[in-house]
Design a protein around this ligand. Structure first.
Ligand code: LLP
Length: 399
């Protein structure tokens, strides 16, 4: 089925994901790491649709979760609890309690106070919590500042010195077992250098912990490998695993990875129809039925997404592609060379598999859109479009 047929069958705006592409990406990642003990925990936040999770689980993926909601999604599709990691800078007591009750592989700790909370709750439950500590290596990932996470000015993780104290303390605790170490320096990283630096810092720290008899079994390199949005060069996954292997020589650890965007980003397309074209004295605007609430990356990070017009290719000129939301930041592209469009023409916005649907909202009381999977040439609905009642069902009129 082509894009036009999919748009006619399911309506627009619409997300379409090519699951075969997800499989290829997963297999490539797995192959790159197969020479060592490894565990690939897919970063659920990138695309948390249950079918996506189930599909990755069937191929052997675990899950990296950032809320108890994401942990529950992973459990719901049958991801084994020993393949589930729970990260995040602010976990509530009830989230920690549920994670411990579910006996997941480990909780990634991001502060001294969090370690205390986890210890306290583990004691209450009478369990020993398996933990990992997230290191902030103070390395610039050279990506958009909003998705850079490995600098001291970012809220994530703790510096090596603090981590050392936390490991020593945790080792002595009756309720904590430190089994892992973690770092994640940012997302959409296209240059391997920052990874090399981070792996170097964290692996040498692991060696110093061994001499303190703290036995790190899981070396978690986080996610962050960038994808190609506009033909740009990005990291070769085999170079990436090689750098990690080289730094871990002689250490008996399971390499844990948390790829999100790499696995799903380029599998996705966002289909949106043209409502109107209009011109001001300064600009040409293509107004679509999709908007920033459906796909917010251009508005949030000035992110570039390639756009294809299905149909006519005539009269190419610069245009802003904008949605119906009442914000000037509601755009998919600015000054993009695109053909002349008319009512009901279809636009395909590319690289929309990661951080697109998951960041969508009901802003302007716009219903969240439908999602479709393409598997071996067949199309399957994996999320129904919300309707008006879905949007208001939890609201209470008290007057
Ligand atoms: N692990 C941790 C702890 C993370 O915080 C993230 C992403 C990942 C793994 C997965 O990173 P990836 O492989 O996908 O780069 N909304 C932004 C991206 C935010 C990333 C947040 N953390 C965007 O649309 O670009």
């Amino acid at each position: 089925m082509n894009y036009r047929e999919l748009a006619n069958k399911y309506g627009t705006p619409l997300y379409v994901y090519d699951f075969n592409h997800i499989k290829e990406q997963f297999n490539e990642f797995k192959n790159a790491f197969k020479a060592k003990k490894s565990l690939i925990c897919y970063a659920v936040k990138a695309n948390s649709n249950l079918s996506v999770l189930k599909y990755l689980k069937e191929m052997g993926a675990g899950c990296d979760c950032v809320s108890i909601g994401e942990v529950n999604r992973a459990l719901k599709v049958g991801v084994p609890k020993y393949k589930i990691i729970y990260s995040g800078v602010g976990k509530r007591d009830d989230e920690i309690r549920d994670a411990l009750k579910n006996d997941i592989l480990m909780i990634n700790i991001e502060s001294e106070e969090e370690a205390q909370r986890v210890e306290f709750i583990a004691k209450e439950l009478g369990v020993k919590a398996r933990i990992s500590i997230r290191i902030n290596p103070n390395i610039d990932a050279k990506t958009h500042s909003y998705i850079s996470t490995g600098l001291y000015e970012n809220k994530f993780g703790v510096d090596v010195e603090s981590a050392k104290k936390m490991y020593i303390k945790a080792q002595k605790s009756k309720y904590l077992t430190p089994i892992g170490i973690h770092f994640h320096i940012g997302s959409q990283i296209t240059n391997i250098e920052p990874f090399c630096e981070a792996v170097k810092v964290v692996s040498s720290f692991v060696r110093s912990l061994k001499s303190l008899k703290i036995d790190i079994k899981f070396f978690n390199v986080g996610g962050g490998v960038g994808i190609d949005y506009r033909g740009e060069e990005t990291i070769n996954i085999y170079d990436y695993s090689k750098v990690i292997f080289e730094n871990l020589t002689g250490l008996d650890v399971t390499i844990t990875c948390e790829p999100g965007r790499f696995l799903v980003g380029n599998s996705g397309k966002f289909l949106t129809k043209v409502l109107y074209e209009k011109r001001s004295s300064k600009k040409r605007f293509i107004i679509t039925d999709g908007a920033m609430n459906d796909l917010g990356r251009p508005s949030l990070y000035s992110a570039y997404h390639d756009i294809e017009v299905i149909g006519s290719q005539a009269d190419v000129s610069k245009a802003d592609v904008v949605g119906p939301v009442c914000e000037s930041s509601d755009f998919f592209a600015k000054d993009r060379e695109l053909p002349k469009t008319k009512h009901n023409d279809l636009l395909v916005i590319k690289s929309a598999g990661a951080y697109c649907f998951t960041m969508s909202s009901n802003y302007n009381t716009r219903a969240k859109v439908a999602e479709v999977a393409l598997i071996n040439g067949k199309d399957k609905l994996i999320r129904k479009r919300d309707n008006f009642n879905d949007m208001i069902q939890n609201e209470i009129t008290c007057i």
